[in-house]
Design a protein around this ligand. Structure first.
Ligand code: HEM
Length: 197
């Protein structure tokens, strides 16, 4: 009788636990669900054509962050048309900038911008050696990217060139050091010679 009661109680307890038990999801599963929902373009790949196209791209670094970035692509022919004093677009490092409202504010003057209107101003922009503040300002005028088909092979880098500070640092020090060592040897040789004679 007692045993029957104990077994019944145990069954009841097991049933209660089973009802309480929720499916356990790992963090990875949760992430996957959130990323997978909605109309996400998971591969970040899309066929783009025409003078202007907008695609939804993923982070692209393999780590799904659930962040969608919409990029508008412009053909160079479209950019080239924007070269009037009211409507000026420039390409810098494969990105398209609408600098129409920046003309009057540009510290380097509006003429230099007008000269580059509708074209690739990367070289001129870099030649001037614009400050990091100026590079930050670019974001305000960014409107999209150059269409991948129009990017020059190897020339579509969207980042400013990295300075070769490390290389120049070494060449700056190595010559004086080698020179000093040579001078030391010459001095010792000269002293040894003068002592022996
Ligand atoms: C959206 C694009 C551009 C932005 C946001 C921009 C911004 C600036 C800023 C903030 C300065 C002040 C100095 C500095 O902070 O570096 C400057 C100076 C200057 N910029 Fe630009 N600039 C742009 C495009 C260009 C282009 C395409 C040229 C072409 C040659 C140019 C030529 C100059 C010159 C000559 C100066 C004067 C440099 C000096 O006086 O030392 N800029 N620009």
């Amino acid at each position: 009788m007692v045993a029957e009661f104990v077994i019944k109680k145990e069954f009841e307890e097991l049933e209660r636990l089973a009802r309480l038990r929720k499916p356990v999801r790992t963090e990875r599963e949760v992430d996957f669900q959130e990323v997978g929902s909605g109309n996400r373009n998971s591969g970040g790949k899309e066929v783009i054509s025409g003078p202007m196209a907008t695609v939804v791209a993923s982070g692209g670094d393999g780590k799904e962050q659930g962040v969608e970035t919409s990029v508008t692509y412009y053909r160079l022919e479209e950019v080239a048309k924007r070269n009037s004093s009211k409507d000026i677009w420039l390409v810098i490092h494969g990105r398209v900038y609408d600098v129409s409202r920046f003309l009057d504010e540009h510290p380097g003057g509006e003429e230099v911008l007008m000269e580059q209107a509708g074209g690739d101003a990367t070289e001129s922009f870099e030649d001037v050696g614009h400050s990091s503040d100026a590079r930050e300002m670019l974001k305000q005028y960014y409107i999209g990217d150059v269409h991948p088909n129009d990017l020059k092979p190897g020339g579509g880098s969207k980042e400013p060139p990295k300075s070769n500070t490390c290389k120049s640092y070494w060449s700056y020090w190595i010559f004086p050091i080698v020179g000093a060592i040579l001078l030391g040897f010459l001095y010792r040789y000269y002293m040894a010679e003068s002592k022996s004679s």
